[in-house]
Design a protein around this ligand. Structure first.
Ligand code: SAH
Ligand code: SF4
Length: 369
């Protein structure tokens, strides 16, 4: 028997072609798309406006799969973290960070990450593979299932309002699948998250930045974390391949001629490494030199066992922020969320695999809510 085709791996065009191949009219494909992405259906038998014959054919040839939830935790501040498992038992994390009347879902793009940033827990785990389109889109669908947000309510009542591609993995190293997944997520006849509400973060794969932004139309964030190549190369090995200057040039090219394109520079403050006033001054000169319109997101470091870094003192973080703000850059200090549930990227996965080593059977993995 030939293997069933996973429908959530297909772009809209591909799904339409697939259904037309079954001898069905285009509007049937449109209805199917809406069942999957507007209503969140996972079972063909629910799709009552499709003929029984078509539902049976779909059942025979296709699947609509969600990643499996193997563990989840909810913090006292309502930050919600899931450990998700795919068909081949590989796992990634997803986090929902609620604000007062909205919130962002942080999704992963790879199992592990090959970039090996020294401060990052995911970077300390080996890179295994890219996520498929289905696995990327499926994460957000799991969150919608959990918060009962099908079909898409209006923006006013939507709690899962934003997406940040800031989970495990480097999205620009899995660009084809990420582009396809974001096009599905932002399609207005389906999940319908506006491109302005999606932010993709990269560690700075300079030659792919412009292409990635052209193909997705989402917002850009750069994990900068250092004002010069010496410091950046110490903490981010990828900097040896793509220097800060190359990243800045790509950012300037992306912004050319479009004043609405602001870039967020993420800046993790590591004690005695990149957190001094002279580093803030150097950052200002750098952005001015390349005429980049940007804001900073100052991130308090979330330490993990064996990382070898410490978070900066609060006072130093505040001074750093003030220097940037005086120069005209917004530089809010990110509030640490989900501290009690190890919300830094990669930590739940590591914790679970250590536990798993101790336990004899995977059945012993229990929900931690
Ligand atoms: N690979 C992409 C996107 C995922 S990482 C990138 O690097 O941009 C998303 C963010 O998590 C990065 O800005 C990274 O610096 C941050 N991060 C990683 N480890 C962290 C830690 N221990 N504490 C706080 N933030 C961390
Ligand atoms: Fe990968 Fe981003 Fe972590 Fe660096 S910070 S190791 S690029 S996930």
């Amino acid at each position: 028997m030939t293997e069933k085709i996973e429908l959530t791996n297909l772009s809209k065009e591909e799904l339409y072609e697939e259904i037309e191949k079954l001898g069905e009219k285009k509007f049937r494909a449109k209805q199917l798309w809406q069942w999957i992405y507007f209503r969140g259906a996972t079972d063909f038998s629910e799709m009552t406006n499709l003929s029984l014959d078509l539902r049976n054919k779909l059942q025979e040839k296709y699947t609509i799969t969600r990643p499996k939830i193997v563990a989840e935790q909810i913090s006292v501040d309502k930050t919600h973290k899931w450990l998700l498992e795919f068909n081949d038992k590989e796992r990634v994390e997803m986090v929902y960070i609620p604000e007062k009347d909205r919130g962002a879902v942080c999704i992963s793009t790879q199992v592990g990450c090959a970039m090996g940033c020294k401060f990052c827990h995911t970077g300390s785990q080996k890179f295994t593979r890219n996520l498929t389109v289905s696995e990327i889109v499926g994460q957000f669908m799991v969150a919608r299932d959990a918060y009962n947000e099908w079909p898409s309510p209006t923006d006013e009542t939507r709690y899962l309002s934003n997406i940040v591609v800031m989970g495990m993995g480097e999205p620009l190293n899995n660009l084809d699948n990420v582009v396809k997944a974001l096009n599905i997520i932002t399609d207005c006849e389906g999940i319908g998250i506006s491109r302005r509400r999606v932010t993709m973060s990269t560690s700075g794969i300079a030659p792919r930045i412009v292409e990635a932004m052209q193909k997705t139309g989402v917002r850009l964030a750069i994990s900068l974390h250092a004002p010069n190549n010496t410091i950046r190369s110490q903490i981010m090995p990828i900097n040896d391949k793509f220097h800060i200057e190359e990243i800045m040039k790509a950012c300037a090219e992306y912004q050319q001629g479009d004043h609405s394109r602001y870039i967020t520079f993420e800046y993790l403050l590591l004690k005695n490494i990149n957190d001094k006033p002279e580093h803030a001054q150097e950052l200002i000169s750098l952005l001015k030199k390349y005429k980049i319109r940007a804001l900073f997101n100052l991130i308090p470091f979330n330490p993990w066992p064996g990382c070898g870094f410490a978070p900066s003192d609060r006072k130093d973080v505040e001074v750093f922020s003030q220097i940037l703000e005086k120069a005209g850059f917004a530089a809010p200090i990110r509030v640490a969320r989900g501290q009690d549930i190890l919300a830094a990227c990669g930590q739940l996965k590591s914790k679970k695999s250590q536990e798993q080593k101790k336990l004899k059977t995977t059945r012993a993995i229990k929900l931690m809510v």
